[in-house]
Ligand binder design. Sequence first.
Ligand code: GPU
Length: 833
Amino acid sequence: VEASIPEPQREAWKKNQTSGFRGKTEFEKEVVRHVETTLARSVFNCDENAAYAATSLAFRDRLILDWNRTQQRQTYRDSKRVYYLSLEFLMGRALDNAMLNVGQKDDAKAGLAELGFRIEDIIGQEHDAALGNGGLGRLAACFLDSLASLDFPAWGYGLRYRYGIFKQEIIDGYQVEVPDYWLDFNPWEFPRHDVTVDIQFFGNVSKSVDSNGKAIAKWEGGEIVQAVAFDVPIPGYATPTTNNLRLWSSKASGGEFDFQKFNNGEYESSVADQQRAETISAVLYPNDNLERGKELRLKQQYFWVAASLYDIVRRFKKSHRPWIEFSDQVAIQLNDTHPTLAIVELQRILLDIEGLEWSLAWDIVTSTFGYTNHTVLPEALEKWPVGLMQHLLPRHLQIIYDINLFFLQTVEKAFPNDRDILRRVSIIEESQPKMVRMAFLAIVGSHKVNGVAELHSDLIKTTIFKDFVEIYGPDKFTNVTNGITPRRWLHQANPRLSELIASKVGGHDFLKDLTLLNRLERYAEDKDFRKEWYEIKYANKVRLAKHIKATTGVTVNPAALFDVQVKRIHEYKRQQLNIFGVIHRYLTLKGMTPEERKKMLPRVSIFGGKAAPGYWMAKQIIHLINSVGSIVNNDPEIGDLLKVIFIADYNVSKAEIITPASDLSEHISTAGTEASGTSNMKFVLNGGLIIGTCDGANIEITREIGESNIFLFGNLAEDVEDLRHTHNYGDHAIDSDLEKVFLEIEKGTFGTPNDFSAMIAAVRQHGDYYLVSDDFHSYIETHHLVDEAYRNQEEWIKKSIISVARMGFFSSDRCINEYAEQIWNVEPLVVHD
Ligand code: GPU
């Protein structure tokens, strides 16, 4: 029951409403107040950490007011809302973002300076919110920023992991994983101990018939785990709209302990129950583009989905509208197949709890959901054993079988003479053991399915989902090319570049309409402008060089070409191609006379990224990169001509330092394997050029910025299958330059050869699935073109400026507007000041 203040007392409330600090002086007052009272510290005992805490609390107070107002307004208007369901939200730090979005970073900077602190040091105290693995989770975070900035009424729903993605340490060249306990002090979340949902697992289904002859299914028994809501405010940029990210945390139902057991003297088992419940939201699975089918993961998925749907349905029911209006009020987007059980759960709620007929319920369900696919890699497509589903979610499995039955009946009608299509598209794979194919369930239960870049959206239609295009027609399948938020990835990460751009394109409006960047293009011909542009890039490289020195001890020359590949380590992303290329460069330099060497261009090859803890080959790649670094970086003949750096623990806040400092970044996946990629967009937006394959969003980036501004190489997606075939059936010859690289590794130049034998065998003996040898020559040649282009600095800078000017398309704002129009049918709701 909601309590509200009676009319006569409301005056007193209104009179005392806070408005948050305005200006430097009030900010300082708030900081000091928080240090003294909230943190209970004496003001002369305030270190950087306490200053961070107090600054965050001051901004948090500021955000809460807008947040409350936004939520009130959205509730009052009761217009359609978007719910973005994602198992990952890779948010990074919140303070800097909050300061910039509310437009008070300057106040904070001046205020902190007066109190004796540098704002960068204070910002640097914050622990990244690292509830994601890579691109998929970061995309969700960019989407939240755009949804709020564009004033869409939208909520994110996710899990509040106690441990986010592990911290990576490099010890003797090897990756070591350290748990990331990040919740010690988190001012950005609000526990809502009053918002809880009981989630059921296991148990049995009993079927009966009611007095009208209607079948009733009852899911009974099993165990209950409680979901507790934690809310995170998501401020939009230059708007009061502040949306909500709701993360669920698990705990034993009925409070801390089961008192019955407790009183019966079963203290230990009572504590054990509690821990088992808490395990559900304890840890983020650290795999990227890989599903391993663990029971706890399925539990996480259902726990999160059931709590979120309960919440969404509860909100809908407050409006007392008829059920057929559900999808006029609610759009739910499934970020990959991880939340697919939401489809089944909503059908269950409508059928078993609300008593709707199957077909009405199913119409509501399918018009509510949209499904985004993020990969064609077979090992990443989720399948769950039928037996596991039966055990954990018996009622859901029945509903899945019914969904499948009705679906296959319509397929059979449409394709009466095709037996095989039923086997191919069945949601249940008739394998040993039988499996539930989650992507197929997501397609059948959604009204739209989208890929994340044009090539990828075409590929899913012609390969993994081909039959479904036949069944539903092409209109159910669409493309929404990914984007990135220019607020974090330009304004926050590269403030000087953002200011220079603002000074030329008519202020900061470009941060909300990125196409305004096109006004920059004419400055490519302006020599003074090019000088300023270059100086900013150089300063960013100096900053990165300092970070490299501080963390690895290696001195790199900021005048060298910084060649960067930072992303999750994966064979399909081909860091192995990059490091083999680096070895080739090293051998070439070693084979030169000192005079010849003097003419060469200095390079720094920078790597970063985490390997899934169980991904052995990826770990071997990290080890080779570090081993090559330790030889090359200490070779006096080489000096500054080549340095090889592995930056440990790549994460969002490291990306904010690395991205603005790159001259060239590598997006070199085997054609047809990277669904989109988003770091490619970040690097170009920061004035770096790209070397890349014709894959994912690289293709659209090329279309936008022009072929002469990107270094493309390698085989095309359409040829990959044939090439793989020749590897397996012909006697396939390895590229001769690559063979020299292999022989050098096998000589022991970079340490014990056996340590790297699997990487070599993958190419030589195991069919070179990722086409490293096929693309090697083209890759090396294209790097030569890069060197030549970099020698002409003026031309290089022109390419850089023109590229940035043409990147407007890749804002996540454009992307969100496309989802809103094509898939969600929602409109912005402005919250007036
Ligand atoms: N992606 Br599936 C992930 O980061 N993790 C995953 O488990 C899956 C996909 C990425 C794609 O690899 C990348 O190409 C894409 O840009 C990103 O999702 C966002 O769509």
